[in-house]
Design a protein around this ligand. Structure first.
Ligand SMILES: [Fe+2]
Length: 128
């Protein structure tokens, strides 16, 4: 199993280079706090909040996946050059249809040089 790097609040990190390293690899889950059961619900995953990541042929974000607890919901794969070979933030919107009472959404992103990174979990209340 690969090592899973987890997001650390960069306000608690002193070195600028380390803030950049953590932030640019961390996926962030953006969605509403509540969803309706049986209806499409948009979940955007963006890699990097304040910092951007390279899109080089030997160093890029290769995929972003979205989990509900331990269940994989969706994954998007990227090829190098998709973001113009310039520093950017990978961003994907997944549309999911919730069936349970809550969602515990976690995103992961994979950098070809710096491995697997995981977001903080986001809990969504699902109403009838
Ligand atoms: Fe990287």
């Amino acid at each position: 199993m690969p090592k899973v790097n987890r997001y650390v609040d960069i306000d608690t990190v002193e070195r600028e280079a380390k803030k950049d390293y953590i932030d640019r690899h961390s996926p962030f889950v953006h969605c509403d706090a509540t969803a309706k059961k049986g209806e499409k619900f948009a979940v955007t995953v963006k890699v990097g909040n304040e910092y951007t990541h390279p899109d080089d042929f030997d160093h890029f974000i290769a995929n972003v996946s979205l989990w509900n607890g331990e269940t994989l919901l969706a994954r998007a794969d990227f090829l190098p050059g998709t973001l113009g070979n310039q520093k950017s933030q990978v961003e994907v919107t997944f549309y999911i249809v919730p069936t349970g009472n809550t969602l515990k959404l976690v995103a992961q992103s994979y950098c070809t040089k710096h491995g697997l990174w995981e977001s903080e979990p986001v809990t969504v209340e699902v109403t009838e």
